[in-house]
Design a protein around this ligand. Structure first.
Ligand code: PEP
Ligand code: MN
Length: 342
């Protein structure tokens, strides 16, 4: 159920409606839009008796939401959500006019490795650095990440290079730590349906970058975002990172058609990870171009100065000079669409 407020409804009127929804035993989610605020109601298992809400000052109407997702869908908010990420070198936005670029190694391996890559990323004009301190690996015998030591290295990179930090939480315990260091908390493909982690991410005040599960349908992907939003965190960035198919010329099949599909149904920004999406270094540049051409709100790219010795995802990591080229080309494509790079 959705309570649509008048365009000139006061904050007080919105608050009063929220209080009434709480008194009915439900949870209100006021979502301000360009023209008006809509208040989503969650926590109801059946229809909500709206008669007491409809007569309240400032209310236009109460409309049932037919889709399974209430907060993620365009019913509640017609215009795109812009997720704003503060970094030491200014705000980076996802979902606005600018295409956001996030780059860095798969994993933080050593201080020297991370600093070398961060310096190159910053020199390209990029303001968000990625790198895992906690790595969800298929094998328990491969590099699992440096843990909190990796987060401390990321904090130093933030300070030294002015880069905002995007890093993954793999469970509720690591999220407690990650939220202290990260500007954006990544939730990985393998955790897209880790519902307790999604709910926990809903309680943080940091933006969440939610990756699509490798076999997730669009509805499942959007419902995962709904979990985060239903707990009160509306700063969600969706990320397409490839799905499993029969194709064996790439690690995954990058589903670029999900970009316009998401944009039709949801107001949330969607970015593309061409690194995991292809698993092959030589395919990262063409798929980055294609992602931006298809309307992606950003890119998440793995970069390593010595991929042959990377402790994870070396084969899909591009070199810093290749990343420079990527930034140049993607900026030109964004310009054709009236967009910039941020
Ligand atoms: C990553 O970004 O390094 C990662 C592990 O991604 P995914 O969850 O998409 O596999
Ligand atoms: Mn990786």
């Amino acid at each position: 159920m959705l309570v649509v407020m008048q365009s000139n409804a006061t904050e007080e009127q919105v608050r009063a409606v929220c209080q009434r929804i709480e008194a009915l035993g439900f949870r209100p989610h006021p979502i301000p839009g360009a023209g008006r605020t809509a208040i989503g109601i969650t926590g109801n298992s059946g229809a909500v008796d709206t008669s007491s809400l409809e007569s309240m000052p400032g209310v236009v109407e109460c409309i049932p939401v037919s889709k399974p997702y209430k907060l993620v869908g365009r019913d509640i908010k017609e215009e795109n959500t812009i997720v704003r990420v503060p970094t030491p070198s200014g705000e980076v936005t996802f979902g606005g006019k600018a295409v956001a670029v996030v780059a860095g190694p798969c994993a933080i391996e050593t201080r020297e490795q991370a600093f070398t890559i961060a310096e190159r990323i910053r020199a390209s004009g990029t303001r968000l650095f990625r790198g895992g301190a906690y790595k969800p690996r298929t094998s328990p015998y491969t590099f699992q990440g440096l843990g909190e030591e990796g987060l401390r290295i990321l904090a130093d990179i933030r300070e030294k290079f002015g880069l905002g930090i995007v890093t993954e939480a793999i469970d509720n315990d690591s999220l407690d730590l990650v939220e202290r260091y990260a500007d954006v908390i990544q939730i990985g493909a393998r955790n897209m349906q880790n519902f307790s982690l999604l709910k926990r991410a809903g309680h943080t005040r940091k933006a969440v970058l939610l990756k699509r599960g490798m076999s997730a349908t669009l509805d499942e992907f959007l419902m995962a975002a709904e979990y985060v939003m239903s707990e009160g965190n509306y700063q969600v960035i969706l990320c397409e990172r490839g799905v499993r198919t029969f194709a064996d010329h790439t690690r995954n099949t990058l589903d670029l058609s999900v970009i316009p599909a998401v944009q039709r149904l949801s107001h949330l920004p969607i970015v593309v990870d061409p690194s995991h999406g292809t698993g092959r270094r030589n395919k990262v540049l063409p798929l980055s171009r294609a992602a931006v051409a298809a309307g992606a709100d950003g890119l998440l790219v793995e970069v390593h100065h010595d991929p042959a010795h990377a402790l994870s995802d070396g084969p899909q990591s591009i070199l810093p000079e290749e990343f420079d080229q990527l930034v140049r080309e993607v900026r030109a494509i964004a310009a054709v669409l009236g967009r910039t790079l941020n």
